[in-house]
Design a protein around this ligand. Structure first.
Ligand SMILES: Nc1ncnc2c1ncn2[C@@H]1O[C@H](COP(=O)(O)OP(=O)(O)O)[C@@H](O)[C@H]1O
Ligand SMILES: [Mg+2]
Length: 184
């Protein structure tokens, strides 16, 4: 239900045809992120919005796993650093967490613009605090919850992002079905 509420909210904001799913556990959220991490292309930018506890950082953790984050690194919610770099197997993952952002000057001084290059992936958590941080082409992910389950909606802005969403959701679906009805 929170998934429907979210996509309705997005429709009101003029976002056409958002794809939405329900995610029931933190493990599923990690798997979902994992499927995006595996299908991500260099230069991708993803914005995450939604209230505290919706599962944004958990999704980033899944993305990092899917990108094969290097040993010794872990996705965290740092108190003072807005921008974190996680070296992964093929490209680097940058995690910009705008929870504690105080102004546009703050945003620019993170150096996040330089991370938008073909060898990196940038995920911006709490992007609703500074929507202007997103380039014209991006993937916006909205998250919300009531009780345990989370509603997640995807809005692709740009052709490559549409394909990213459809591939990743198809892979996630397949994974879920095999783990529920799979090998005895
Ligand atoms: N379905 C779910 N998806 C993601 N997280 C969940 C889910 N159910 C419970 N959780 C828990 O909720 C918390 C979400 O935290 P987090 O990912 O840090 O959210 P945010 O970054 O949006 O504030 C974690 O403790 C996580 O284990
Ligand atoms: Mg967080």
């Amino acid at each position: 239900m929170e998934e429907e509420r979210l996509s309705r909210l997005w429709l009101v904001r003029g976002m056409a045809d958002p794809e939405s799913i329900t995610v029931s556990t933190p493990e599923e959220m990690l798997s979902l992120g994992g499927m995006f991490g595996r299908n991500l292309f260099g230069g991708a930018v993803i914005g995450l919005e939604g209230p505290m506890g919706a599962g944004k950082t958990t999704l980033v953790r899944g993305i990092a796993n899917g990108m094969s984050i290097q040993d010794g690194y872990a996705v965290t919610s740092p108190t003072f650093t807005l921008l974190q770099k996680y070296p992964c197997l093929y490209r680097d993952l940058y995690h910009l967490d705008l929870y504690r952002i105080s102004g546009t000057g703050d945003l620019e001084s993170t150096g996040y613009r330089e991370t938008m290059d073909p060898d990196s992936v940038l995920v911006i958590e709490w992007v609703d605090r500074e929507p202007a941080a997103l380039p014209a082409r991006h993937l916006l992910v909205g998250m919300d919850y009531d009780n345990e389950s989370r509603g997640v909606v995807f809005q692709a802005r740009g052709g490559k992002y549409t394909e990213l969403v459809s591939r990743s959701l198809a892979a996630y679906d397949k994974l879920k079905n095999t783990s529920t009805h799979g090998n005895p």
